[in-house]
Design a protein. Structure first.
Lengths: 606, 637
């Protein structure tokens, strides 16, 4: 049973056989539609659809592990249904007025979504390995729930085109959601986009373009999207439950709801251009965008002594701006011999908190531990990293300015205040794919680079503390050290340090001040360059296949996360994070290494 | 054609009307959630009291790893060497635990008040309200004794403002006084409501006793910082009903399993080793020989009174002011407090029903032979720990620790009796002994109390003996004993003679068996009367209180030490420096200082962002850094 040593760790071989889960889902999808063509340009369609599924989950823990002596059993049932009824009237006509063409539609939708669930757990079993809810040492615990919401919508679209080189699309949608209060239930959101194929326009207007220009297009769009809430997130309610003795308890919910919250409204703006040259051998796509998530519905953490762990608010304005550049080139094109293609992607995104809740809330924590905090702060980029710094001589007039202030024994000290140490956002991302083709052989590799941004690495700290980080014994040597710092004295402030210390004690000191050591010591530049993916494929010559039932056959191998070419984290992948599902990507702490996958594939076509 | 268009349009519009928004309000009401008219005062209070028993997750963090360590009821480093874990503190403070317990207690208070305003109350609602107020005081005191400043006006759906500890304590004392006075014991309670009070079954007289005894505890907390208020509140509270016997104890039945009622000390991997602090109080105290306490099979292991043990200079630290430092005691002590063998079990005593076989998934508890190693990992000396009694000093043992397989191993050290670990006991929140020791302390301070200090002191010891049980009928021998323990304190109330500076003890070198003698000194506790006094009455009271409060009330033993510097807490060993106790060094480990002991927990780091204004205020009110070593208002400074 034991994994190793005398701890309470569970042997993974035991775990995979005796600590098991099972999920079964039955799903039905139903669709019906009726369409009537009034004439060549007008039609109407009525649709009804249903998506029904039920999920049964069970988990079994057998007796004999240190987890729970006699084993444990739990089960759950979930039913989901969503029905949609919609009607749409569409019209389309080219050559509406001269070279103008147009299309329009008007429709409505009724959505009804319902989910119910029931979960039970036996707790520790009385009779070992009898997996029944009523076989617990304590009465089974049961939880149940129900979610029900409806959205009614009306929407319309208008499309206009001119001579097949200029297009304008506009949409308008109004939703009524059951999850918002009567005053805020109805919300409207439009979009408009346009594109102009410049090359087609010039030609259509009788102009000519140089032969080396193949294609050119400019585009712009503006859109808004509204989102509602999940059900039951307006009014504060209470829970009634049972204590382990079977007596009644009551409690409050953990999120403070506000019945006056409104729908989210995400506004986005994009302009872009696409050009292609030399008979499509070189292409370039450029885009600039700005999106503002306004009134975003988020749970902002509260002091739990308020009665709630968080509150639901419409957060003011969270903005993303950036550019995306894409280029592709077929450098060598030779269908008989070697071909070489290059694809380059570059993007730069800046995520800023323009407003949370006025002056009332100007920051919240998105992750962190002890003296390390990853924060969202009004007016700053999302994901600011704060932590402790070494104590240093801050007085610019001091001859020792900038030097570490050591304690009497010659060890570094930390300031107790938290300082800004960086930001987790990358300033730019670059990806370059090279593809080579020779006869049936295809070889490609993708090099990814990330520029800028910082990350705190708890793994580096832990290894320094344990003494198994390379940096704790450079070149295998553990020489005594004298830190370049000063020690405070009563007379004239500071004297240069002369105390000799051991490497072991040095690393112990800087890693055990607070739970994460002196945070500054392990904040790293998260920039890195890696060979993300390598692929090799081979298409079997059709000659070989003539006597087989196959038309096509291909074998290949691909490898992901191949080689970290350059990184500052001493072997830790800057893409590791401390927990799954967190937004605090600037915090890594004993994360499992990012995995490398190798896939072999064979595909055949008949 | 146009007709069909019309029909379709009508169909569309018609169906839209049929499925209109008219029932949207209804749809968005969760049918499984309770509204404010459905929840009852007693439901909230029951939830609060049961949850506050601490499920194993938080019990391991708060009760075991923080309180038992800081309160020196087990040998462990962690918080005792200045390290508070942000994850543990966040869990304890957070919405899953303390904040939830307090939230429910506040909801009980609010619900009762609003029912009484609306005239919808039951005959017993007023009494339930008072019980909720009394319970809320306990929870607030628990929170405040861990962190320091806390809010008084809280749970209103807005981030609360923190109050200084003086305001908090004054509020708590006032609440206890008012709530106790407002209970009407003549009210009849239906049986289905009685079930909702796991402590007293809504026996109102007992709630009054608990309120008054709590008032004694909390007023005494102010003895050093605000003696006038402490005296005034204490003298008033002690006039009422108080907890003086087992039947009025505030205690709650534990249950096996994994929920809030599971024993707080039930995690098998926590070794629950005897601490050197407690061992120094036990050894020599009470004048009762181990021969009179143990079956004959143990007698051969009992060593003479002047035996110090085996000296292992390379394997046991001496860089601490622990009077037992440097020695392995290769047997049982001649004289020891009779509660020692009941509360902690001798290594190798496998047939004792109270011997803890935890962790059951490993053989450690049954292994009594372990080695002392050299730097290469080769055995230098094998130690047989069966029928021995040791408690290694806490702190950093450096190489002496890494080459010593014995000093923190579960099979080779006395560990807490299984009865406190098997989830079949009752967790004690207030025992009669505490009331008596508080009265005795008040008597020593010259406050007006109904029972003379000596009588209260002896009644406290008797209550503790009765609670531990099976310690025999040697109480009078014990009460008259003038035998000093290792901290230099005796039991007898009338015996206040100070111990000699040192005494001559025999020992043997553990490696060579060469016999030796040494002058064993009684440790100097500079925290109390500058280290000049080891055997005055207050020291006796707090010594006995510490022993009696083990193992259920470690937060109180931590608080008494913070308040008085009593009893003697040895310094953590500093074979290598402890980065989180920077003031403790290789040159001062023989002296005591508040800088060597944890004073509080750091607030959870999330508070800085979830309640920035509250946090800044709290930090200001602390009067120091938000750090483990910042003393609370009522503590020694």
């Amino acid at each position: 049973m034991l994994w190793y040593g005398s701890g309470n760790a569970v042997n993974p071989y035991w775990n995979y056989r005796y600590n098991t889960n099972q999920d079964v889902r039955d799903r039905f999808l139903l669709n019906a539609s009726l369409k009537y063509e009034f004439n060549s340009w007008l039609n109407a369609e009525v649709k009804a659809g249903g998506d029904l599924y039920s999920t049964n989950t069970e988990s079994f823990l057998y007796a004999g592990s240190p987890i729970v002596a006699n084993g444990r059993y739990s089960m759950g049932k979930e039913n989901f249904s969503e029905t949609n009824y919609s009607a749409l009237i569409s019209a389309r006509k080219d050559g509406l007025f001269g070279k103008f063409g147009g299309a329009a539609s008007l429709g409505g939708n009724l959505m009804n979504q319902k989910k119910t669930w029931l979960n039970g757990s036996s707790g520790e079993l009385e009779v070992p390995d009898l997996f029944s809810l009523n076989n617990g040492k304590s009465p089974a615990t049961v939880s149940e729930g129900l979610n029900h919401k409806r959205i009614n919508s009306i929407y319309g679209t208008v499309q206009l085109s001119y001579d097949n080189y200029w297009f304008v699309d506009a949409t308008l949608r109004n939703d009524w959601s059951s999850t918002l209060s009567k005053a805020n239930r109805s919300f409207l959101y439009p979009s408009i986009s346009t594109s102009l194929v410049v090359t087609d326009m010039i030609q259509a207007e009788g102009g000519s373009i140089p032969a080396w220009v193949t294609y050119g297009k400019v585009r712009a769009s503006m859109a808004q999207v509204g989102n509602d809430l999940s059900p039951y997130q307006l009014y504060n309610t209470y829970t009634i439950g049972k204590d382990p003795n079977g007596n009644t308890t009551a409690g409050r919910n953990s999120i403070l709801f506000d019945p006056n919250v409104r729908n989210e409204l995400i506004k986005s703006l994009e302009v872009g251009a696409e050009v292609r040259f030399f008979k499509n051998r070189l292409g370039l796509d450029v885009a600039w965008y700005k999106s503002n998530a306004t009134r975003q519905l988020i749970n902002i953490p509260m002091d739990p002594l308020s009665g709630y762990s968080s509150r639901k608010i419409n957060a003011g304005d969270i903005q993303n701006t950036g550019i995306e550049l894409m280029a592709d080139a077929r450098v060598i094109e030779n269908p008989e011999g070697l071909s070489w293609g290059v694809n380059v992607n570059y993007s730069k995104n800046k995520n800023t908190i323009e407003d949370l809740l006025g002056n009332e809330i100007t920051r919240y924590g998105i992750g962190g531990f002890d003296n390390l905090q990853v924060l969202a702060i009004t007016g700053q980029k999302y994901g600011e990293i704060y932590g402790t710094k070494y104590r240093r001589v801050e007085d610019v007039n001091s001859p020792h300015h900038g030097k570490l202030i050591l304690n009497a024994d010659g060890y570094p000290q930390a300031d107790s205040e938290l300082f800004r140490l960086g930001n987790q956002q990358a300033t730019g991302l670059l990806g370059i794919t090279n593809t080579f083709l020779y006869k049936g052989l295809q070889f490609s590799f993708l090099v990814d680079a990330r520029f800028g941004g910082q990350i705190y690495s708890g793994t580096n700290k832990a290894m320094q503390q344990a003494g198994n980080a390379a940096i704790t014994a450079p070149g295998g040597e553990r020489n005594m050290m004298i830190l370049d710092g000063v020690i405070g004295n009563a007379e004239d402030g500071y004297t240069q340090n002369t105390k000799e210390i051991t490497t072991q004690r040095y690393w112990e000191t800087i890693t055990t001040i607070g739970n994460l050591g002196v945070v500054e010591a392990n904040v790293y530049d998260a920039s890195n360059v890696r060979l993300r993916n390598v692929q090799l494929n081979y298409n079997l010559p059709s000659k070989l296949l003539t006597k087989t039932p196959f038309q096509k056959a291909r074998v290949g191998v691909s490898c992901n996360n191949v080689w970290m070419i350059s990184s500052h984290l001493n072997g830790i992948d800057p893409e590791s994070v401390f927990a799954t599902g967190t937004n605090a990507v600037g915090f890594e702490n004993s994360s499992p290494p990012t995995s490398r996958t190798i896939m072999f594939n064979l595909s055949v076509g008949f | 054609m146009k007709n069909i268009t019309k029909k379709l349009l009508f169909l569309t519009i018609g169906s839209a009307l049929t499925f209109s928004c008219s029932n949207f309000e209804e749809i968005n009401i969760d049918p499984k959630a309770a509204n404010i008219d459905q929840v009852q005062v007693e439901y909230f209070l029951n939830g609060s009291m049961i949850d506050a028993q601490q499920d194993p997750h938080v019990a391991e963090r708060a009760f075991v790893l923080y309180w038992k360590t800081a309160g020196r009821q087990q040998r462990s480093n962690g918080i005792a060497t200045g390290i508070a874990d942000d994850g543990w503190s966040s869990d304890y403070y957070g919405g899953g635990y303390m904040s939830k317990w307090l939230n429910s207690a506040n909801m009980a208070v609010q619900t009762a008040k609003s029912q009484m305003e609306a005239g919808t109350q039951k005959p017993y609602t007023n009494n339930s309200l008072q019980a909720a107020r009394i319970w809320r005081v306990y929870l607030m005191s628990e929170l405040a004794d861990n962190f320091g400043p806390i809010p008084i006006e809280a749970f209103q759906g807005v981030n609360p403002e923190f109050a200084d500890l003086k305001t908090v304590y004054y509020f708590l004392l006032k609440e206890l006084k008012e709530a106790s006075a407002a209970i009407d014991p003549s009210v009849k309670v239906p049986d289905n409501i009685k079930k909702l009070d796991a402590a007293y079954g809504y026996d109102y007289a007992k709630w009054k006793s608990y309120a008054n005894s709590m008032r004694l505890r909390l007023s005494m907390r102010l003895s050093e910082v605000d003696p006038a208020k402490a005296k005034e509140e204490f003298e008033d509270a002690v006039k009422g009903n108080i907890i003086t016997d087992a039947s009025t104890m505030f205690q709650i039945q534990e249950k096996p399993g994994w929920d809030a009622l599971t024993g707080v000390m039930s995690r098998e991997w926590n070794a629950q080793l005897l601490s050197a602090t407690l061992n120094n109080l036990y050894i020599g105290l009470g004048g009762i020989s181990s021969k009179d306490q143990l079956p004959a099979s143990f007698h051969a292991a009992i060593k003479p009174a002047n035996w110090m043990g085996l000296k292992f200079a390379n394997h046991i630290t001496t860089m601490t002011n622990d009077p037992g430092a440097g020695f392995w005691f290769d047997g049982l002590h001649d004289v020891i407090d009779p509660r020692a063998y009941k509360t902690f079990i001798i290594p190798g005593d496998f047939t004792n029903a109270d011997f803890s076989n935890y962790p059951t998934y490993a053989t450690d508890p049954s292994v009594t032979k372990r080695d002392l190693l050299d730097a290469a990992g080769k055995s230098v000396k094998q130690i047989e720990a069966k029928n021995t009694w040791n408690a290694g000093s806490l702190g950093a043992w450096g190489n002496k620790g890494s080459q010593n397989q014995v000093y923190t191993f579960s099979g080779t050290n006395p560990r807490l009796a299984q009865r406190y670990r098997n989830s079949l006991n009752k967790r004690v929140f207030f025992g009669p002994w505490e009331t008596y020791f508080l009265i005795a302390e008040a008597g020593v301070r010259g406050w007006t109390v109904p029972t003379p200090a000596k009588e209260a002191y002896e009644a406290g010891i008797k209550a503790s003996f009765d609670y531990v049980g099976g310690v025999g009928t040697r109480l009078s021998t014990y009460l008259n004993s003038v035998s000093y323990n290792r901290a230099g304190t005796s039991v007898s109330w009338d015996h206040v003679a100070e111990p000699p500076a040192s005494r001559v003890m025999n020992y043997a070198d553990g490696y060579t068996n060469a016999a030796g003698t040494m002058n064993a000194i009684y440790p100097k506790n500079e925290l109390y009367k500058a280290g000049a006094v080891k055997n005055d009455r207050l020291t006796k009271i707090i010594t006995q209180k510490f022993i009696a409060q083990t193992p259920w009330l470690p937060l109180e033993t931590w608080s008494d030490h913070r308040r008085l510097g009593l009893p003697f807490f040895e310094n953590p060993a500093v074979e290598i420096p402890l980065p989180n106790l920077p003031a403790l060094t290789s040159s001062n480990y023989m002296t005591s200082s508040i800088k060597f002991f944890p004073q509080r927990l750091k607030y959870p780091s999330s508070l800085q962002n979830s309640n920035p204004a509250g946090y800044e205020k709290a930090k200001g009110l602390l009067g120091g850094e938000d750090a483990v070593l910042t003393p609370l208002w009522w503590a020694k400074h």
